[in-house]
Each structure stands twice: as C-alpha cells, then as structure tokens.
Design a binder for this molecule. Structure first.
Ligand code: AMP
Length: 450
C-alpha cells in the first residue's frame, strides 16, 4: 500500500512530484520522500509523516533538477521507521540509483539471506532493497539491462520507479498486481500509481503501463520493453473495492463506476427491507449509491465523518477508550430514530469497525441495522501489497457469516459474492487476483504472515 510518482525533464520536477504525492496520499500516510536529479547527481529527502508535513518550500528548493521520483508509504513489508522510508537511494560502482516501490516481493527473504551470506550489507529491512543489490551486482552493461536482470530474479508485486543521474525507468510486474499509469505534462513524461495524480498537476493521461512492461525514459524519449514471458495478469481487485481513489482510472476502468456497480450487484443479491440506505464514509459511498438506486431506497447521510482526524490523538482515560471509530464517525440521530437502516461498507477485515458502527446506529435510535458489504468475505492475507493482516486476525477466516452477524449485532449481514464481483468485471474477470477472498493464490510461494 504505497503511492509512487515520477516526472522527467520538467523545470519544476520536485514541485510536481510533491503535488503528485499529495494526490496519492490515500495510498500511504506513514512517510513521504522525493529524489530529484540535476543530471549530475541525485538529491534526496524523506521523512516520516504526511506529504504536507514532510515538505516545505525550502526543502523542495533543495531538490533541484528536471527529473524526480517520489513515494508515499504504508508499510506492508518492513517496519514503520525512517530507514524504511522511500525513495531508497544508493551510490554504487556505476553511479547513483534511487527506487520507489509499490507492492510486495514474495521471495525477498530468500534473496536477501542469499545475498547476506555472500557479504551484502543491507541498510533497511524493506523487501525493495534486494532489487537495488541485484542491480548493483549485475554484470550487465546498461542500467536498463541491469534492472531487467534484477527483476528476472524477484517474484511478487511491483510497480516501480527508478531514477539515475540521467534516466528514469518505470516497471510493472508481469502479473500487474498494482496499477501504474503513464501521462504527459506538456512534453514531460509523468508516471503515477493512479490518474488522480495527473489531474492535480494538469497532466494528460496517455495509457496504463502494461503488466510486464518496462519503460526507459531518457533524453531520447520513451522506449517500451517487454522482456518477461507473457503471463495471465492478476490485477488486485481490492484496488477497486477499497484502495484506489474513486476519481482514478486504473485497470481499464474508473474506480467510482466500478464501486457503484458492486453496490448494484450487492442489492440484486441481497436486498434489505429497510427505510433508508446509509453510506459509511468515505469508502462505502459509491457502493451505497449503487445499492440505494438499485433497491429504490432513499439515500441518507446518516453517518458524518470528521475529516480533520489526524493519525494519532491522545486517548483520555480508560473509560472512553476504543475511540477509534467514534472520533471519525458520528450518527445523525434525527435521521435514524425509529428507522430500519441498511448500511453499506466496502469491506470487513477484523470486524471491529462494523461492530462499533452498528452499536452507534442502535444507540442513535435505529430500529434495525442491516449491514451490506460490497466485497466478499476476506478469508486470506494478501502477500502482494495490501495490508490485510495475518489470517488469524481476519474474522471471516474463522467465522461463518451468521457468526459475524452476531458478533457485530446486525439485524442482517450479507457480502457481495465472488461470482457477483466477477460479473462486475465481466469479460476481464480472468485478469484479476481474488486470492484474499478465494485463497487461490496466483503462484506458489514461501511466505507466511503468521
Ligand atoms: P475492520 O474493523 O478491521 O473490519 O475494518 C474494516 C474497515 O477498514 C472497512 O471500513 C474498510 O473501509 C477499511 N479497510 C479495509 N481494508 C483495509 C486495509 N487493508 N487497511 C486499512 N483499512 C482497511
């Protein structure tokens, strides 16, 4: 769960990288960083915190040059600390390299222990660092060839941006788990995790970078390479369900429309005899619109979100602990009192959120609370970059829907079926990964979150 952004040959490269990261903030809130190149050397700044907290005008001035890449991080591999913030940068025999990675490598531990046994010293505990070591050790001549050589050895999910003194390279793994899009700002090529980053800077969307494609961007323009054997794509369906921004266009679709169609399908599968439909902000909104329209139910904003909640707040005393959801969401009593309510949310992970929401709605006077979830039950961890925790913490890995309903005190509970989800991406259903719902991982690997 990270966002990446890159821009090549623009007078205001680092300023645009800053804005691009700003638009991608939803993909990671732990740390942010930018590396720029002035053609001779790389300049680097990364810090824990939000993009707006990390960068100031003065800091951006210290990132000169016409090329830049940036990263916002939400850790899925490696702990949350500064040494694991990205872009990661090293100096090696052939110059400087920096790398920004979205995804998770499934064989990084194996490669790392092999490299360490041959004397490599690692600076971080991120999976991403193995790519840099493999590039540095490669006997190939050009940076692109070294990169391809390194990427042939890693397995898993990667949407990547590399910056050297003179070149930028963008790469998407052969299964295409994470999104990566190409655009242009006047004549300057831009690359980002999602198109919402282009909209903010006024860049034009050109196309998605294809699974298994590598782009070399330098003074001669953009060149595309497809060095890996072609594989069946496994784009992450959870990007549509929860992670990506609804205004983005990724995986050949607008995220908002896709989410809305999940709500329509959910209503066809599991109508609820309710008076009003209430979205759980913000991620449940588009699906609720679809659900309410299909069910012919009035949509009411019965839950209001406080948009100013920071990442941490001081929890006063034991008595009012477990504030988490309460500080973020508050019910509108006047709307809910005595009514049969159906709420639509995008997913249940541990079920602590839905349990608290149902309790709040009941306390606010709702007579019935029907819960509809616009994704199937999450029964398995993700090893490809979504932060779904270890299997034992996923409530649906060990409980039936009827047990989860009881646990969250809902009048009724239904999830979207896997078949229903596939219907929404009809014609392209083979191109997506559903492993967190089906347990059917795209390839065998040695990795266990437990
Ligand atoms: P939980 O209490 O663990 O069931 O949280 C479920 C809520 O977290 C849902 O409302 C989702 O919008 C949100 N959510 C789903 N997946 C994730 C994730 N990987 N990281 C953070 N939040 C998530």
């Amino acid at each position: 769960m990270c966002g990446i952004f890159g821009i090549y040959d623009h007078t205001e490269a680092s300023n645009h990288a800053y804005l691009g990261l700003y638009a991608l903030q939803h993909r990671g809130q732990e740390s942010a960083g930018i590396v720029s190149s002035d053609g001779k050397q790389l300049h680097h700044y990364r810090q824990m915190g939000l993009v707006s907290e990390v960068f100031s005008r003065d800091i951006l001035k210290k990132l000169p040059g016409r090329n830049a890449i940036g990263h916002v991080r939400y850790s899925t591999a490696g702990s949350s600390e500064l040494k694991n913030a990205q872009p990661f940068m090293v100096d090696y025999a052939n110059g400087m390299i920096s790398i920004a990675h979205n995804g998770n490598l499934t064989n990084a531990f194996l490669i790392r222990s092999e490299l360490e046994s041959r004397g490599s010293i690692f600076q971080s505990n991120m999976d991403t660092e193995v790519i840099v070591h493999l590039i540095a050790r490669s006997k190939e001549k050009t940076f692109l060839e070294r990169t391809i050589h390194a990427l042939r050895q890693v397995e898993g999910a990667y949407s990547l941006l590399f910056l050297t003194e003179k070149e930028m390279v963008a790469a998407r793994d052969p299964l295409g788990f994470r999104p990566l899009v190409l655009g242009s700002l006047k004549d300057a090529p831009v690359v980002a995790s999602e198109t919402c980053a282009f909209d903010l800077i006024g860049a034009k969307f050109i196309r998605e970078i294809e699974p298994g494609e590598i782009l070399l961007i330098n003074g001669k323009g953009i060149k595309s390479f497809k060095p890996f054997p072609r594989k069946q794509p496994h784009q992450c369906i959870f990007e549509f369900i929860y992670f990506a921004r609804p205004d983005s266009f990724i995986f050949n679709h607008n995220v908002y429309e896709m989410r809305k169609s999940f709500g329509v399908q959910l209503s066809k599968e599991s109508p609820a005899g309710a008076d009003i439909a209430v979205p759980i902000p913000d991620s449940g909104f588009p699906a609720t619109l679809g659900y309410a329209a299909q069910s012919d139910l009035p949509l009411e904003l019965g839950m209001i979100r406080n948009h100013y909640v920071g990442r941490t707040f001081i929890e006063p005393e034991q008595r009012i602990r477990h504030f988490g959801v309460k500080i973020k969401l508050n019910p509108v009593r006047e709307l809910l009192k005595g009514r049969k309510v159906v709420i639509v949310d995008d997913s249940i992970v541990r079920a602590t959120t839905s349990r608290k929401i149902v309790k709040m709605l009941r306390n606010a006077g709702a007579r019935e609370v029907h819960v509809r979830i616009s994704s199937p039950p999450i029964t398995g961890s993700c090893f490809f970059g979504i932060d779904t925790p270890k299997k034992s913490e996923l409530i649906a890995s060990s409980h039936q829907v009827s047990e989860i309903r009881k646990f969250i005190h809902a009048t009724s509970l239904s999830y979207l079926s896997i078949e229903g989800l596939k219907k929404c991406v009809k014609g392209e259903e083979e191109n997506f990964c559903y492993a967190c719902f089906s347990g059917d991982y795209p390839y065998p690997f040695q990795m266990e979150l437990e």
